[in-house]
Design a binder for this molecule. Structure first.
Ligand code: THU
Length: 137
């Protein structure tokens, strides 16, 4: 159960993360904060590269940090940008791997919630392990 206090904390943590984004090329900074079912919060920022395609999004950094610490069930992720942009398709797919129920809080730099949704709503008909299993051979 995600309380309003948890929402606020998660968005605030994503705002803090935002300041550490490394985005010298696009100048589009993104901060993310991912809350696991254990209550731990993992931060992420976008990390760009002079070889542009090597860039990684804030959401995936947060997910990979959590998974690399053995945490794979997430209650919510907050994503903060100046304009309240939504996660890209690649990040939706990576989040879907770990559950369609994860709540997605989209907020702006002022900490205002712009949109509350779920990974499942952001990625209808998501491809998953069941599709792989069914289509093998
Ligand atoms: N970006 C993210 O970090 N998350 C998203 O979901 C959208 C895009 C980053 C990647 C790149 O560093 C910059 O925003 C512009 O695309």
């Amino acid at each position: 159960m995600l309380t309003n206090e948890m929402r606020k904390e998660l968005i605030q943590t994503a705002v803090e993360a935002w300041r550490k984004a490394y985005a010298p090329y696009s100048e589009y900074a993104v901060g993310a904060a991912l809350r696991t079912d254990s209550g731990t919060i993992y931060k992420g920022v976008n990390v760009e590269n002079a070889v542009y395609p090597l860039t990684i999004c804030a959401e995936r950094v947060a997910v990979f940090k959590a998974v690399s610490e053995g945490e794979m069930t997430f209650s919510a992720i907050a994503v903060v940008t100046k304009n309240g942009g939504t996660p890209c398709g690649a990040c939706r797919q990576v989040l879907a791997e770990f559950g369609l129920e994860t709540v997605v809080l989209i907020a702006n730099l002022g900490g205002e919630l712009v949109l509350e949704t779920t990974v499942g709503d952001l990625l209808p008909h998501a491809f998953g392990d069941a599709d792989l299993e069914a289509g093998r051979g």
